[in-house]
Design a binder for this molecule. Structure first.
Ligand code: SAM
Length: 426
């Protein structure tokens, strides 16, 4: 890690300043062009450094606390935090300390603190690496930990926190042949058909990327379309489709898919992926609530807290405080009601969210069943290869958690349910 150049490190500190100071999500900051001046390799390094620092932030702060009499400005604190994580996770101390000192020395307002940074990091290098593995696994903030503990119990939350701290491998969804992709990339074929790679490096340089033999998609995120089980020629509406991993899965089955999303920018990524994989979909920029038609099958991957994705997005607990979630829960219910009205009689709708909060999953199903006569849960839809019976919830949905497949690298948190409307609302 210590070979990482100054530019990548400075950019990583900028990401940390924005996440921890401005409470912005990393995807938003990177999407706005914050790393565009870097080479692709440095861009990847800057993101990796920032993500590693956010995962280990609690430990880094505890170590630094011992050596600081008063808190330096946020920017300097973030340089110290990043260097502490690097040193404690095996980075060569000499190079890491020099780089941190240089970053601080280059800043007009921070240059006077380079001596302090040097002194503190030398102390960190003496005791930090030994202390690090003995420290507790970093915890989620109370606004998220409390509702999760209420839903799952303290032990499960601790297991989720371990999964978050470990981070995520790279999962691929093969276009056709899982075994061939696993073989070509030296990956592991997961029980549900995804191919898992560890330490993969630059995605676009991997075999099969240019030919469109696969796309990046967490194994849990690949399950909603497996549950929907589209058939060739069926008319399928994919609501909230961008950036489109699930659209590609639907298109690969031979179904006719219309992919709708409110974000043209995110849909542009779907168009790129369709071109790369040679798959077809009708792509529509629009609001879910304005959609019409009568469909055999609908996928509603509603906007949500994204609390199921913290393994890959450790910035989320730092950038959010839960205050927006109530509005999202109301929006999910409104979208679900509208989408149910677009099903042909006997049609099916898969509702899913990448959330760990039952309010965005199990409760949405229970409430929808109470609102709509003639609506039922299709439990048989969950009878798919690799889906464990203990993942099925009492109301007939699928609860996926980051601590599942713990020995294999975990999975994203998701809620998935298949709803069928046998007769119209009366
Ligand atoms: C969870 S993401 C979808 C991920 C996507 N299904 C995939 O597999 O790549 C939620 C999406 O909902 C979209 N969205 C939010 N509000 C919307 C609305 N009112 N109408 C349409 N799309 C909306 C967002 O732009 C975002 O792309």
């Amino acid at each position: 890690m210590s070979q990482v150049g100054i530019e990548a490190r400075r950019s990583a500190v900028h990401l940390l300043d924005q996440v921890l100071g401005e409470r912005r999500l990393m995807a938003e900051i990177v999407g706005a062009g914050a790393l565009d001046h870097l080479t692709p390799a440095d861009r990847a390094r800057a993101q990796r450094l920032a993500l590693d620092t956010l995962r280990g932030l609690e430990r880094a702060d505890r170590i630094l606390q011992k050596h600081l009499t008063k808190k330096p400005p946020l920017n300097v604190r973030n340089v110290l935090r990043m260097a502490t994580v690097e040193i404690c996770q095996g980075g060569a101390a000499h190079g890491v300390v020099n780089a941190a000192v240089e970053i601080v020395a280059r800043g007009r307002r921070t240059a006077t603190m380079k001596g302090l940074v040097n002194a503190i990091l030398r102390k960190v290098a003496q005791t930090g690496p030994e202390a690090w593995p003995k420290m507790r696994v970093p915890r989620l903030p109370g606004w998220l930990r409390d509702p999760l503990a209420e839903a799952y119990g303290a032990e499960v939350v601790a297991a989720m926190e371990s999964a978050h701290f470990t981070g995520a491998p790279l999962d691929l969804s093969p276009k056709d042949d899982s075994d061939a992709v696993a073989r070509d990339l030296g990956g592991e074929r997961m029980p549900t058909g995804s191919v898992r790679l560890t330490g993969a490096g630059q995605v676009s340089a991997l075999p099969g990327f240019a030919e469109g033999a696969w796309w990046v998609q967490d194994a849990a995120a690949a399950l909603p379309v497996q549950v929907l089980d589209p058939k060739p020629g069926e008319k399928v509406l994919d609501l909230c489709a961008a950036p489109g991993g699930k659209t590609l899965q639907i298109a690969a089955t031979g179904a006719q898919v219309r992919a709708v999303d409110a974000s043209a920018t995110r849909l542009a990524r779907l168009e790129e992926n369709l071109a790369r994989t040679g798959l077809n979909a009708e792509v529509v920029v629009g609001d879910v609530m304005d959609q019409g038609g009568a469909w055999d099958a609908i996928l509603l991957d509603a906007p949500c807290s994204a609390t199921g994705t913290i393994r890959r997005h450790p910035d989320l607990p730092h950038a959010k405080d839960g205050s927006e979630f109530g509005a999202l829960i109301d929006l999910q219910a409104a979208m679900l009601d509208h989408a149910l009205g677009l099903l042909k009689p006997g049609g099916r709708l898969v509702f899913c969210t990448c959330s760990l909060l039952p309010d965005e999953g199990e409760c949405q199903t229970e409430d929808a069943l109470a609102r709509h006569r003639g609506l039922r849960v299709d439990r048989a839809a969950l009878d798919r290869p690799g889906i464990e019976p203990e993942w099925v919830t009492p109301e007939g949905g699928l609860r996926l958690r980051p601590d599942y497949w713990g020995d294999k690298g975990g999975m994203d948190g998701f809620y998935i349910v298949c709803l069928r409307k046998d007769r119209p609302d009366g």
